[in-house]
Write a protein that binds this ligand. Sequence first.
Ligand code: ADP
Length: 484
Amino acid sequence: MDRQIALQETYGHFIGGQWVEPANHQYFEGVDPSTGNKIASFARGNKEDIERAVRSSEEGFQAWYALKPSARGQILNRVAQLLRKYKQDFAYMETIDTGRPLVFSASLVETSARYFEYLGGAADKIFGEVIPASNEHLTYTYREPYGITGHITPWNVPITQAARGAASALAAGNSVVMKPAEQACLSTLELAKLCVEAGMPPGTFNVVTGYGEEAGAPLINHPAVRKIAFTGSVETGQIVMRAAADRIVPVSLELGGKSPNIVFDDADLHPAAAGSLRAFTFNTGQVCSAGTRLIVQRSILPAFVEQLIEEAQQIKIGYGIDNPTIGPLVCEEQLHRVLRYVEIGKQEGARLVYGGSRMQEEKLKDGYFMQPTIFTDVTNTMTIAREEIFGPVVVVIPFDTEEEAIRLANDTEFGLAAAVWTENIHRGHRVAKQLQAGQVYINDYSPIDVEAPFGGYKKSGIGREKGLESLHTYTQVKAVSVKL
Ligand code: ADP
């Protein structure tokens, strides 16, 4: 493999365009979930490190916002070019950090490049408006950045999470302090470094690594951070929102999901089964928008489940670097959490028809591998149908009528994504309109696109990332009135 970025044994924070030792000189280990082996040591950040990063970001903001919007856009485009130049490096980093198959990591690096390209192109198209308020005044608006935006990201898809938030915030003229998840922070650090190589003023994009309570908490509570973007669990999202409430700063949250995936009896069975399998196994099911409640019309239930199991048997499980279909779960704790849910499902009376265990194969036994897992005879009230599992586990729930399918789909506290499989165009749109979710797919599941807005209804979150909509997330509006 043609790699150009040498990995380090020890990583500091990336602040002000350089590697910075943690204030307390403490580090923690990053582990390859395929093997359990250490990949590097990372700085264990604390309040002092956040203070340093925020001070640097104040300077970064001055320099960044002083540039012409088109100049900012050109730099963001250059980041996209560099991500493509170093695609193999970033794919490798993601794969050793998360266990994801290399080919998928490479596609996520391309998606990350697209974020910078798309939003870089938008940087000089963030318009205000002229408002027809009165004949005696000229009234117009600016869309202005907040200043410093604080981002807390999760471990499931670190590179796209970092690129998505940073590209939008930076395109809007903000500077960024990011705290990636402690389980997988390598690519976020290298992305910030790449931004400097692309010509971004030092301090515009700073990264502090470490644990949530030690490094995340001081970031969301820092008085100079004027906007918070968080992706992660509902519980931590609530902590973040409370901190934002204390300081009255806007917060965007992308939280969990328990997304319904409805298959009608008029669906094209093969693509529906293959797509439904991908929906809960992609990234080993560690995706907020995974389709984990498979709501299937009773008349096709046996045939569909048989097809789903046949598809599941084709899945190859292995080290990310060997390009299997799926890799391991991100860490031991996550594996045990998912296996606990499997036990709960059995105890509650669901029928385990496929998978359900940790991989025992000699080569895989030190990693955090588990089989794709399918439960049938599930009711929507069972724990495994209500709580987010964040592993390759699907529950199959039968329905008889369209009305019942919609009711079951919406009977959840979440609302991130939903899908409908049908060959009936009227039904597809009719059902999509009634589903309470931020994104709905018809005859596909979760196509990766950077252009469409993404975010949750209900407990799945507040605000939107992706697309031009994300620029509203990272700007505030000023209205100016001039007496004529
Ligand atoms: P998970 O349970 O899947 O690890 P979390 O919501 O705990 O999800 O983690 C998502 C991100 O939130 C991570 O970067 C983590 O370090 C951070 N985090 C966790 N707890 C806190 C906290 N109290 N304050 C700020 N950030 C936190």
